[in-house]
Each structure stands twice: as structure tokens, then as C-alpha cells.
Design a protein around this ligand. Sequence first.
Ligand code: SAM
Length: 260
Amino acid sequence: MSNENQTIHEFDLNIIYDYFGNTERQGPGSPEITLKALSFIDGLNAKSKIADIGCGTGGQTMVLAQNTASEIIGVDLFPEFIKQFNQNIQKQNLQDRVKGVVGNMEDLPFQEEELDLIWSEGAIYNIGFERGLSEWRKYLKKGGYIAVTENTWFSEERPDEIQDFWQEAYPEIDTISNKVAQMEKAGYLPMATFVVPEACWTYYYEVQHPQMQESLLEKEKYKSNKSAEDFIAYQRYEAELYHKYKEYYGYVFYIGKRIK
Ligand code: SAM
């Protein structure tokens, strides 16, 4: 099987959308965890502006919208995710203060010091944790917050199989203490870090993924399609690795405050 040598970045974007577009969230997380992270952010009000970077179809954005009075802009590279995002917002009647825009996290459509809060669940890896923290800081007001989840090692040592997989898929994966040091170096005061519970990953891999796999293969265009099969094999391999090595890594929420 080629899946062990292929990374997600090499798959056809249509497959990625057809797979992930079918679900409420595109990464491990939950409303409770979004709310927990939000509890560390002070001072949001109706005049505040929040950006949710790599928002996907907006599962976590909806939680932010329902628990703040602020204006929220979701940004995602995939137009199909943003279309779905805006339909979800309409259904909740939140379109007066929440909108999704197509954009690239490498060149965000914001002014310097425009934002009170930058949110990004399961997405900063696309630009890289250090680069994202450092390049996005200018969009925050002084005293503004950033809250992101990032794949993180839970210990200094781990078995070769999982080390090699993540070294290939995301070489920036690192320990909590190193990530916190990167946050400080990028000009933030670390306000909180906490581990995203295993239950979020279990739900993601054991409930969401089998449903997404079934609905992908129901589509006529993916029947007996080698790329779709390879993509699913890659997803299953990643899930198996998580199951086997979950004590060594997972998402961590990092919450920081712009101090300079
Ligand atoms: N935040 C959502 C969640 O937790 O459900 C989605 C997380 S998903 C794992 C990562 C998201 O980042 C996808 O929606 C993807 O389209 C988006 N993305 C990838 N590269 C991007 C880029 N350069 N700029 C903006 N969004 C990007």
C-alpha cells in the first residue's frame, strides 16, 4: 500500500473536500473544549472582532458565536467549506455579525491591530505553529488574545514508528514546553495550555471517520477509485497510529496574550 509513504498534502483537494465537507467539524475538538478555551479570554463584547482561521465548515465558530456578542470572521482556503459555513450561519440567524470568507492564512484579509481574538482549531499546522504565531500577531490589538490547538508530543521520548510518521507529516510537532517557549518568543504571554481530551480524538476517529468513509464511497465518482481508496487507507492508518500511541501525543490548546 502506498499510504504509508503519502502525506495528506499529496491528495486531490476534491477528495479532501468530499470527505471532510460532510461533517460538522474537520478535526478533533468539541463544544465543551472550545468553551473551556474561551473561558481564558477576558474582555470580549459586542464591539470586539474575532477571526477564526482555518474555520472549515464552522463547528467551533458556531460555539464562539453563541457564547460571545462579538463580530466573527471565519477564514478558510476552501470555497466549499465557506459556502457550507455561511449556510450554517444563516440557519442559526447569525449572519448579522458572523461571516465566512475565502482566504489564505498566509496572507490574511485583516488590518494591523484590527482583531481582539484570533482563534484556530486544528489548522495552524498548515502555516506552521511558529510562523503562524509570529505572522498573525500584527493583526491583534495589544492585549488581544490568540487561542490555537496544535499537535504536541506529551513526552521527550517515543517509539520510532510514531516519531517517523509525524516527522514526515508534521516536522514541527514538539513538546508542550518547547511550544510554550515558541509562543513567548513570538511575543505572547502564555495564559493557559491544556490537553484536548482523548475522547475528542476517539469520537473523531471512531465515529466521524467511519461515517465520512461510508459517504465518500457511496458517491458514484469514488467507486473503485484508487485515489479515494488510498485516501481512506491513509485516514485509517493515522487512526490506527493514534490508537496505538495516544499516550505520546495529541492536541494541546495554547492560549496567549499579545504583550508587545
Ligand atoms: N477549524 C476546523 C475544525 O476544527 O473543525 C477545521 C480544521 S481542519 C483540520 C483544517 C482547516 O484548515 C481546513 O478547513 C482547511 O481547509 C483549512 N486550511 C488549510 N490550509 C489553509 C490556508 N492556507 N489558509 C486558510 N485555511 C486553510
